[in-house]
Design a protein around this ligand. Structure first.
Ligand code: NAI
Length: 457
């Protein structure tokens, strides 16, 4: 048993935690990260990175299937599940090594083990204690399961799916949120029959209604089945198959059931409530500076209610570390954080939906333009359809951008600057976009909203 004293202890070495650790170290503090598993957390090992690698495999398969339209003959397209898994594992391993080097290079101590918060900001890890001036809770989130539905050989979570060599031939996806649609998209591209069951009336229901309608249409055309507005009642599995019974009595059969009905914050068994840190629905209660109810204890990332996104975690971590060092850092509102769903086609957005903007300022105070990617040469070359939709306040700034189409996720950087800087379309319309790029679609939408459209009738 040994007792240590440091400036900052970060519990959890995922996106939020390691960002907080690096910035705190840069600002001169001694820093310990307590990590029970691997540095990099869910995003690197079981989330964003391997999922995007799987989606890249899917995109390559789509391109190979469509190769002849661009004048290239590739013969039979064969998907090798174990090679695809090796591809994602190699990317994750490389990034993990890089991150370990980065953390070591900053002189941050990583303590392997499960950290528990006690009184007076003392964190216990096994037999050892770390007393700190500041503690950052950055323990992330985990897959939420439905009552009575346990993971099994054929009942998967996203983690099972990513660590498997198997691309299921018939998949039933429970939940039409972000995880559900990304796996449905990837597996369909890799040859699976896919059915999505979603309790709400639409897929990715938090997105702008026009993006939702386009994604649903694209999925229909791709042969992805959906059961919308119905909940799952039970799930059963045998040695050969899995089945899902819906609340309306329908029974669906598949090889695999993926449970993707949300992620819950990881805040149990950390000693939080005993140490005085208030929780609400499992999330850590914080003020607008990410301070918890205990002085000197902060929270960052998925443990804080709101968007569960790695880049929000980075921002939280950096902001907390700076505040610990007395700096004033504005808290970026969730609405200004870009969101990208990496399906085929992609859905990307920042700011408010048209509906939300109208609720906020009144319908007559809002103007929108939708620029169809059919008019965009680069999108036509890539063979993608979609729309760039921009929402503005009349005589005011752009308050929302909503994009659908392959690769439009890369356009969200421009959109986030426009929304974040509260730019008026008139201010940004004069900027020139390179031709031919998909970015021109945004430029066309800004021109049209500024009252001087170019390629719009
Ligand atoms: P989610 O909250 O996005 O979607 C879960 C869906 O399941 C909801 O639409 C909900 O209505 C539905 N649902 C809940 N109970 C149900 C039931 N009994 N029967 C049928 N449907 C039911 O959660 P998801 O997709 O699990 O993702 C978790 C988090 O991870 C999200 O916050 C997401 O933003 C994040 N994530 C982000 C990604 C990205 O940025 N590209 C990729 C993957 C995840």
């Amino acid at each position: 048993m040994s007792a240590h004293t440091v400036d900052v202890v970060v519990i959890g070495g995922g996106s939020a935690g390691y960002a907080a650790a690096i910035r705190a170290r840069e600002l001169g503090s001694s820093v310990v990260i307590v990590e029970a598993d691997k540095l990099g957390g869910t995003c690197l090992h079981r989330g964003c990175v391997p999922t995007k690698a799987l989606l890249h495999t899917a995109e390559v398969a789509d391109v190979a299937h469509a190769a002849s339209t661009a004048g290239v003959s590739v013969g039979e397209v064969v998907v090798d599940g174990s090679a695809a898994r090796a591809f994602r594992d190699k990317i994750v391993a490389g990034k993990h090594k890089g991150l370990q080097g980065l953390i070591a290079g900053h002189g941050i101590t990583v303590v392997a083990g499960y950290g528990v918060l006690g009184p007076d900001r003392v964190v216990t890890v096994g037999d050892d204690t770390y007393a700190a001036s500041h503690v950052v809770i950055a323990t992330g989130s985990h897959t939420r399961l439905l009552p009575g539905i346990e993971p099994g050989p054929r009942v998967w979570t996203s983690e099972t799916a990513l660590s498997s060599d198997v691309v299921p031939a018939r998949a039933i996806v429970l939940g039409g949120g972000v995880i559900g649609v990304e796996f449905a998209s990837a597996w369909r591209s890799l040859g699976a029959e896919v059915t999505i069951v979603e309790a709400l009336d639409h897929l990715v229901a938090a997105e702008d209604a026009s993006s939702v309608a386009q994604l649903e249409r694209a999925f229909r055309r791709r042969g992805i089945q959906t059961r919308l507005g119905v909940r799952v009642a039970t799930v059963a599995e045998t040695a050969d198959a899995a089945s899902v019974t819906l609340e309306d009595g329908t029974v669906l059969e598949g090889d695999v059931v993926l449970v993707a009905v949300g992620r819950a914050p990881h805040t149990a068994d950390l000693g939080l409530e005993q140490a005085g840190v208030a929780l609400e629905r499992g999330f850590v209660v914080v003020d607008d500076q990410l301070r918890t109810t205990v002085p000197g204890v902060w929270a960052a990332g998925d443990v804080v209610a709101g968007l569960q996104l790695a880049h929000r975690g980075f921002q939280h971590g950096l902001a907390v570390a700076e505040r610990i060092h007395g700096r004033t850092v504005p808290q970026i509102p969730d609405a200004s954080i870009p969101r990208v769903i990496y399906t085929h086609p992609e859905v990307a957005s920042v700011g408010l939906t048209e509906e939300r903007a109208k609720e906020t300022w009144g319908a007559e105070a809002i103007a929108t333009v939708e620029y169809n990617l059919a008019g965009n040469a680069k999108s036509t070359i890539l063979g993608t359809s979609g729309v760039a939709k921009v929402v503005r306040r009349v005589n005011g700034p752009v308050v929302g951008v909503h994009l659908v189409g392959d690769r439009v996720g890369e356009l969200i950087t421009e959109a986030q600057l426009v929304v974040g800087w509260e730019a008026h379309p008139e201010d940004i319309a004069p900027f020139v976009h390179a031709h031919p790029t998909q970015g021109e679609a945004l430029g066309e939408a800004f021109l049209a909203l500024a009252g001087s459209p170019l390629h719009v009738a």
